[in-house]
Design a protein around this ligand. Structure first.
Ligand code: PLP
Length: 398
């Protein structure tokens, strides 16, 4: 009989979203006349930008004619998309990242999960708490030691470099679930930490396009020295509604290295290319055409409108819960609002309270790690109408 990878058996079962959905369904069944509003959605709800839809329709037509038909594409992505990313997300922002350093993928979940393939299992990995669970679970699957960087109220839920050594650090800014950001000075402290510890930072910037404030870096490569110690992940999911369409990319700078057991330097850009060309056959041509349309003037205008819509929802939620006397943070550079449960309630107690008093569903913070206990995540991905109705209910109830 074959042997199983026992690391999978060490994973904690995640009941969070299943439990949230189950309790909400039971409430609906018991209260058929009440409209339940979800402020717990982690998925986008607005349709794809028109520019992307048109580009994808045209790409389907390309596939219908042998003169324009496209089969397997380059492992790192089609040049029309990689060049558009290099130009718009980096060169025009004054950031020194170029075409050979960008790898298109089917999204940031795959990339943040798969990147572990190129690192040894004896690395010490640091993750924040609360955290996007993929970082923790994929490292448990690989059998790595994971250390926690607590991110509580004292630091505005931002991660501060720890006094212990780590070889690999996952950072996420703007953050899911707390909506916090890593400002320029703090990110510089992280780059310094990585250089001193010869560590690699895995920087998840999936929500980069939600950044509004000036002192929040859009890319870790805005910090001097980061090209020698950081990999960055981006996603079209929340930028352009690609959660179902699937497209993202990773940046692995040329010259970024990790060491062999013999102490030699190995080039991570080349190793990731080898990994991708072996295990991945590229993101669909049609989807990459859609993603490239994000960078057209129309696409840029349309994603601005969509993100502006979600950020306005976030402002409405933030201001209403504050007016209701509840403490919250986030929701300025991110679609997530991180609420402190009132009167010392646990996250699940507040879940019940919000459901029973307001018929609103949210996400208990304790589902994102121990430090999330006593907190609650609200999201701004709902419709304006639902968001306005939800905040009216909150204002009346609290
Ligand atoms: N990273 C973070 C922090 C996220 O919150 C999410 C999705 O919720 C992802 C990555 C996944 O992105 P993608 O849809 O590109 O796989």
């Amino acid at each position: 009989m074959a042997f199983v990878n026992e690391n999978f058996l060490k994973l904690k079962q995640s009941y969070l979203f299943a439990e949230v959905a189950k309790l909400a369904a039971a409430f609906k069944a018991a209260n058929p006349d009440k409209k339940v509003i979800s402020l717990g959605i982690g998925d986008v709800t607005l349709p794809l930008p028109q520019a992307c839809i048109e580009a994808m329709h045209k790409a389907v037509d390309d596939m219908a004619d042998s003169k324009t038909f496209v089969g397997y594409g380059p492992y790192e992505g089609f040049d029309f998309l990689v060049s558009a990313i290099a130009k718009n997300d980096f060169a025009l922002q004054g950031i020194d990242i170029s075409v050979g350093e960008i790898f298109v993928s089917d999204g940031a979940k795959s990339d943040t999960g798969n990147i572990g393939d190129i690192f040894a299992t004896n690395n010490i990995v640091a993750i924040t708490d609360p955290v996007y669970p993929v970082y923790n679970d994929t490292n448990i699957m690989a059998g790595r030691e994971v250390k926690i960087i607590p991110c509580g109220e004292e630091t505005g839920f931002a991660p501060v470099p720890p006094d212990f050594h780590a070889d690999i650090v996952y950072l996420c800014s703007p953050n899911n679930p707390t909506g916090s950001v890593i400002k320029k000075d703090l990110l510089k402290a992280w780059v310094d930490y990585a250089i001193k510890n010869e560590a690699i930072i895995l920087y998840d910037a999936a929500y980069e396009k939600f950044i509004c404030e000036d002192d929040v870096p859009h890319s870790i490569y805005e910090i001097e020295g980061a090209k020698s110690c950081a990999i960055e992940f981006r996603s079209f999911s929340k930028t352009a509604g690609f959660t179902g369409t699937r497209c993202g990319y990773s940046v692995i700078p040329k010259g970024l290295t990790a060491k062999t057991r013999g102490g030699e330097k190995a080039d991570l850009n080349k190793i990731w290319y080898r990994r991708q060309s072996t295990k991945y056959n590229g993101t669909s041509y049609i989807i990459q055409r859609g993603a490239a349309a994000v960078y057209t003037p129309q696409g840029q205008e349309q994603i601005k409108a969509t993100i502006g819509y979600y950020l306005e929802n976030a402002r409405i939620i933030r201001e209403a819960v504050t007016a209701a006397g509840l403490e919250c943070s986030g929701g300025v550079n991110a679609p997530y609002i991180w609420l402190k449960c009132p009167n010392g309630m646990t996250s699940w107690e507040f879940y019940d309270e919000l459901l029973n008093r307001c018929a609103i569903v949210g996400t208990p913070g304790s589902g994102f790690g121990e430090m999330g206990e006593g907190f609650f995540r609200l999201t701004s991905f709902g419709s304006r109408e639902d968001t306005l109705e939800a905040v009216e209910r909150i204002k009346k109830a609290f």
